[in-house]
Write a protein that binds this ligand. Structure first.
Ligand SMILES: [Zn+2]
Ligand SMILES: [Zn+2]
Length: 129
């Protein structure tokens, strides 16, 4: 009799532990989903537009910046593909264009795409080559 009682109690404890695990995971998952939704909304509505334009970044680079890039934290010298000036960048993920050239030509400094994602019909002319 006593052991039956103990078994029942153990089963109840297991069920309780299992339920609280499931519920904790559900809460975590909900929080992840909420932040994914917020992030998606931020992208869809281009909520960071002012900072994005200030940094001369296209939407793909700006909103994708936090994902999937390995960045080394070392000052890195790089050359702008338009004005050929040498610049220094605080990490290894160096831009392609300097901000001056990027904003002058309406291009993303990180990937050289058109800032408005419009395909251009006129051939791009460099100042020097
Ligand atoms: Zn430049
Ligand atoms: Zn870009």
């Amino acid at each position: 009799m006593k052991s039956k009682k103990l078994k029942k109690k153990a089963r109840q404890t297991n069920t309780h532990v299992f339920l609280s695990m499931v519920n904790e995971k559900t809460r975590q998952s909900k929080r992840r989903l909420d932040s994914m939704r917020a992030e998606a909304l931020r992208l869809v509505e281009d909520q960071g537009v002012e900072e994005r334009i200030r940094k001369c970044m296209c939407q793909a680079c700006y909103y994708g910046a936090a994902r999937g890039y390995m960045v080394g934290h070392a000052f890195t010298r790089w050359k702008c593909v338009v004005c050929f000036a040498i610049h220094e960048h605080p990490n290894t993920r160096v831009p392609v264009l300097c901000t001056a050239c990027a904003s002058k030509h309406g291009l993303c400094s990180t990937c050289m795409a058109d800032m408005d994602m419009k395909l251009r019909t006129k051939e791009y002319k460099r100042r020097t080559l």
